[in-house]
Design a protein around this ligand. Structure first.
Ligand code: ADP
Ligand code: ADP
Length: 226
């Protein structure tokens, strides 16, 4: 678990487009922060910069009191979950979940136990021999979440993880994510368009517009009826 802080963070893409402008925010340990805002307002850009998948043009990213701007994604140990799952199609579910541990040379026995425990927690322990192509959308997303949480990341960054699922499954996964959050308590930043997800999962909600923070508040205050 970690505490994150963005200080005057900005992003200018190579083509000169300013996607994020002077963005500052503190994210407390164990917080489940929701990012909302219209398409193109910079949500993914912000998550990718935090994960280390995109350079930060200006300002600073702090994790647990250290500046992380120039660290490689692996050194940051912040796990990202994407809308389109981003699984390895030719690897089994087992290998997909184990991947981040295998590349870190963790002991094989330990990996096996962790993969099994993680799969069990996500209800996919019977699917470990399958390949992603043989799974439903919800099962794929569970594998992607398994891959993300198995290495105890300092924080989870989720970019519309449920938006490719049908309504019924989305509701079910939302409930499961809430339970997972309750059990594991990892600091999370979560992008969504879904107001129910924002309200039921979030401890705080950041509203973005045109690369800037427009508002930040608790779900209760933000969605309170006047
Ligand atoms: P370069 O190709 O010089 O690295 P960028 O860093 O600007 O250029 O682009 C990186 C990737 O993002 C490219 O694959 C590009 O197609 C894509 N891209 C460029 N402009 C946009 C945009 N406005 N919205 C989404 N993706 C874009
Ligand atoms: P959101 O996740 O809120 O939909 P993004 O972070 O994907 O927004 O994009 C923010 C803005 O930056 C958009 O206007 C998008 O077109 C632009 N953008 C995204 N990637 C690139 C890129 N590689 N090069 C140039 N512009 C980009």
């Amino acid at each position: 678990m970690a505490e994150l802080a963005l200080e005057h963070v900005g992003k200018v893409y190579r083509n000169g487009y300013e996607a994020i402008h002077d963005f500052s925010l503190e994210i407390k340990e164990g917080e489940f922060l929701i990012l909302v805002g219209p398409s193109g307002c910079g949500k993914s850009t912000l998550l990718r910069m935090i994960a280390g998948l995109e350079d930060i043009s200006s300002g600073e990213l702090w994790v647990d009191g250290e500046i992380e701007n120039y660290k490689e994604p692996r050194e940051r140990n912040l796990a990202m979950v994407f809308q389109n799952y981003a699984l390895y199609p030719n690897m089994s579910v087992y290998d997909n979940i184990a991947f981040s541990l295998s590349v870190r040379k963790v002991d094989k026995k330990e990996i096996k136990k962790k993969v099994y425990d993680t799969a069990k927690m996500l209800g996919i322990e019977h699917l470990l021999d399958r390949r992603p192509g043989e799974l439903s959308g919800g099962q794929k997303q569970r594998v992607a979440i398994g891959n993300a949480i198995i290495r105890n990341p300092r924080a989870l960054l989720m970019d519309e993880p449920l938006s490719n699922l049908d309504a019924k499954l989305r509701t079910q996964m939302r409930v499961e994510l809430a339970a997972l959050q309750h059990a594991v308590g990892t600091t999370t930043i979560y992008v969504t368009h879904d107001q129910t997800e924002a309200m039921t999962l979030g401890t705080r909600i950041v509203v973005m517009r045109d690369g800037k923070m427009q508002q930040v508040d608790t779900p209760a205050n933000l969605y309170a009826k006047p």
